[in-house]
Design a protein around this ligand. Structure first.
Ligand code: AKB
Length: 337
């Protein structure tokens, strides 16, 4: 079988490293990576080539490659994006736009549908206030699409751009639409937690930061209130969902943007579980109003029934399995506790 040529942007980030390892484990791919940073040792040996630098200015580098698949992970996350919003817009929107244009061009010119995999986010939602957030429960893809953050606006808009380039670009009538338009697929991820890497620049970061600090015996001041609730997912489930969605035949997909859920916990529940695993852990709550406001605007949980129906999505890790079967065993090995 011929190997598929894959581009992974943002390869040095948390999803990037885990995804590159996941693709290598699955086999059948030649992997090109891109990121602002040099590749970490964890994936250095896997990438055929690495393009280091700002994607917006590096896009020409990719014109000569015949990519079958693009995983566009590079992004400025929600907290960082609020500090430098115009910069975030350039990274999040212009970078995506350039790659979509490249993928659309190649799909049309070479008569093959380049698959464009896009990690979107629960930041695409905007709950008007805490009462609505509480009463809304699990939100569906088309509800509350009124993000409060630059990052959320960027993600939502890039979903729309992806749909535009894959369905309407060239404004061909549906009957005359060629089958080789680019194939855009997106998953709205909750906060992701890895036992191997730490996030930076996001607002769901308090979850992983608290757990990594507890495992290392370091004090941690959580920047959101104890009752703050959003959904989270184990990194292996995030990679599983991306690889599952990648391989679903296009005709089985009734949508292009899917929620994927795993478990929803309050920050207080994270603390309780961290204390149970690491009894001496020192975890306090010192809410930062700006970051609190961001998390308050995200739903408590998401409804992923479309993903379950269309491509059989099901997470391997609920809250108990996440702690008992993934995070705690791995983190104990890592920090020797
Ligand atoms: C962030 O906190 O910005 C991200 C996200 C939820 O998309 N982890």
């Amino acid at each position: 079988m011929t190997e598929r040529l894959v581009l992974v942007t943002g390869a040095c980030g948390e999803i990037g490293q885990a995804l590159v390892q996941g693709l290598a484990k699955q086999g059948g791919y030649r992997i090109i990576t891109a990121d602002l940073s040099p590749l970490p040792d964890s994936i250095k040996a896997i990438a055929l080539e690495h393009a280091q630098g700002d994607l917006v200015y590096k896009i020409k580098t990719f014109y000569d490659y015949d990519f079958d698949i693009i995983f566009h992970l590079a992004a400025s996350l929600s907290s960082k994006a609020e500090v430098s919003s115009e910069d975030a817009h350039r990274i999040n929107v212009e970078g995506t736009m350039q790659l979509l244009m490249l993928a659309a061009y190649r799909s049309e010119k070479y008569h093959k549908s380049v698959k464009f995999m896009f990690p979107s986010s629960i930041a695409a939602y905007g709950m008007p206030d805490l009462n609505v957030k509480k009463s809304a429960g699990c939100v569906k893809e088309d509800e509350y699409n009124l993000p409060h953050t630059m990052y959320g606006c960027n993600k939502l808009y890039c979903e729309k751009l992806g749909i535009y380039y894959s369905k309407y670009y060239g404004q061909k009538h549906l009957d005359e639409q060629p089958p080789y338009m680019l194939d855009f697929r997106a998953i709205r991820f909750p906060g992701l937690i890895s036992a191997f890497t730490l996030p930076s620049g996001g607002t769901s970061d308090y979850g992983p930061e608290m757990l990594h600090a507890a495992a290392q015996g370091k004090p941690y001041a959580c920047f959101v209130r104890e009752d703050t609730k959003i959904s989270f997912m184990a990194m292996p489930d995030a990679i599983k969902s991306l690889l599952m969605l990648l391989d679903v035949p296009r005709e089985k997909l009734n949508h292009q943007v899917y929620n994927a859920a795993a478990f929803a916990l309050t920050a207080g529940e994270f603390r309780r579980r961290a204390l149970k695993a690491f009894p001496g852990a020192q975890i306090t709550f010192e809410p930062n109003l700006r970051r609190q406001g961001i998390v308050d605007s995200w739903p408590e949980d998401v409804d992923d029934s479309l993903a379950r129906a269309d491509w059989g999505w099901q997470p391997d890790y609920d809250a108990d399995a996440f702690f008992d079967d993934y995070f705690l065993p791995e983190i104990r090995k890592r920090y020797g506790k």
